[in-house]
Structures are given as C-alpha cells and as structure tokens.
Design a protein around this ligand. Structure first.
Ligand code: ADP
Ligand code: MG
Ligand code: MG
Length: 251
C-alpha cells in the first residue's frame, strides 16, 4: 500500500538533515506504529508525507499503490487516498463543519473523476457516521473546530477520516497533549475504521496509545532512521526499558 524507500529529507531553511534513509513498507489491512524519542524525525516524516512546505527530499521514494506520492500536490495526495491527522487540528472560523466536510468529500470525488455526493445523500452518510462516532448533530453545524474541546476536535478528525474513506491513514499523535479520553477516542476511531483494504501508520512517543490500538508491526525511529522493527511486544519493551535500552542494544 505505502512504500517508503531510503527517504532522506533536509530542512529547506537550514542545511540540516532530518531523515537519514527511512525504509518502510505498509501492507493493506495492517496497522504499523512508529515510536521514538523526541526529535527523532517522526513528525518530519508525517509532514513530508502530507506534502508540507519547508522540507527537501534529497533522496529516496514514496509510493502509494505504486503511484509516486512525492510528485503529487497535497490535494492530489488526499485524492489518491492518503489521510493525515495531526495533533493540533486547525480551527476554521466562519466555515460550518458540515460544509467543510462536504467540500472535502466532493473535492476528493472530483479529483478521482467520481460524481459529487448530493446534499441529501451526504446528509444521510454524515449523520450515520457522526452517530457511530457519538458526535452531536450540533457539532456538525458549528464552525470547524472553533471552541471544540480537545476531545471534540479529535472526534471531528476521526469523522473527517471516516467520511473521506482513505486507503492509508497516518496519525501523528506525538509528544503527549492527548489526555486519556482523547486517546481512547482516537483508538476507537482507528479500530472502527480498520479494514482489509486500509493501512494505518500510527506515530506515537508513548506506548499507552498502543494499549488501545493493537499494532501489527512496531518500528523504533531514532536519529532519522528506523533502527528496530518488531511485533507489538516491541512497544512493551519501550515501556519497560525506555528508549535508552533499545538504542544501546542496536548501537
Ligand atoms: P519528533 O516528531 O520525532 O519529535 P521532529 O520530526 O519533530 O521529531 O524533529 C526532528 C528534528 O528536526 C529535531 O531535531 C527538530 O528540532 C528538527 N526540526 C524539525 N522541523 C524543524 C524546523 N522547521 N526547524 C528547525 N528544526 C526542525
Ligand atoms: Mg517532537
Ligand atoms: Mg513529533
């Protein structure tokens, strides 16, 4: 599904290499987790995958079902089925949540050469999905994320994910900020959307998120590289021995 080969990335502004050859293969239906100490390059990886400005790819490839992701504009990436959730969702005053969601869904459909969803059809789908995610109908009418609590923002992000039906979901939940309830919401949302045709990359500094989302594969990132890959037990090893133990072992 998602294939990353020897990805090397430096900051555009400073001559600083952040990613130093990342290799990652995520199969459809699988949940991969990346863990790692602060500053190891986890968020940089998610930003580069989203197409954020400020990063220069100096080597390597990223493909989604064989298509070159690095050649795509951010909106083309979304149309191709890539969804990225960040820790701090943006507030959009003046734009109703429902309008935002419908615009996003229809932009994606258009880019895929599919017919737009009618207002009636959209309303039906969004209401059903919101209900599944225990989202108040009221939250659909309010401006996007404005005045939403942390938990509501998270839930809304999961709703966006559910509406866009991505092939590959990338969630960067690093550096805490998520309280236990928000974390459970993210986990429930991810678990509800797990399916055979969909891959997940869950990026997290802390093991506790992985108590709720059981990953198939766990990678440890350090200093811009994946230094160790294993099963769910690897997350427990981090919990028990900290990163220092693992890094000493692979050094
Ligand atoms: P992580 O998410 O694993 O904590 P980041 O990807 O945020 O790591 O950061 C990796 C490294 O790159 C850190 O040393 C960080 O200071 C640096 N870095 C990332 N983005 C920038 C930036 N825009 N300007 C300066 N340094 C940056
Ligand atoms: Mg960090
Ligand atoms: Mg980070």
């Amino acid at each position: 599904m998602l294939s990353i080969k020897n990805l090397q990335v430096k900051l555009e502004e400073e001559d600083k290499q952040i990613l130093k050859g990342v290799d990652l293969e995520i199969e459809a239906g699988k949940v991969h987790a990346i863990m790692g100490p602060n500053g190891s390059g986890k968020s940089t990886l998610s930003y580069v995958l989203s197409g954020k400005d400020g990063y220069e790819v100096t080597d390597g490839t990223v493909t989604l079902e064989g298509e070159d992701v690095l050649e795509m504009e951010p909106e083309e990436r979304a149309a191709a089925g890539l969804f990225l959730a960040f820790q701090y969702p943006v507030e959009i005053p003046g734009v109703g949540n429902m309008t935002f969601l419908r615009t996003a869904v229809n932009a994606q459909r258009k880019a895929r050469g599919e017919e737009e969803m009618s207002a009636a059809e959209f309303l039906k789908v969004v209401r059903a999905r919101a209900k599944e995610l225990k989202i108040d109908a009221d939250m659909l009418k309010r401006p996007v994320n404005v005045g939403f609590s942390g938990g509501e923002k998270k839930r809304n992000e999961i709703l966006q994910m559910a509406m866009l039906e991505p092939k590959m979901c990338i969630l960067d939940e690093t550096d805490s900020g998520l309280d236990v309830d928000a974390m459970k919401l993210v986990a429930e949302g991810v678990n509800a959307l797990r399916s055979e045709g969909r891959g997940f990359l869950v990026i997290t500094h802390y093991q506790r998120l992985l108590d709720h989302i059981k990953p198939d594969v766990v990678h440890i990132m350090a200093d811009g590289k994946i230094v160790k890959t294993g099963g769910p037990d690897l997350a427990l090893e981090v919990e028990n021995n900290g990163y220092a133990g693992i890094l000493a072992e692979v050094a």
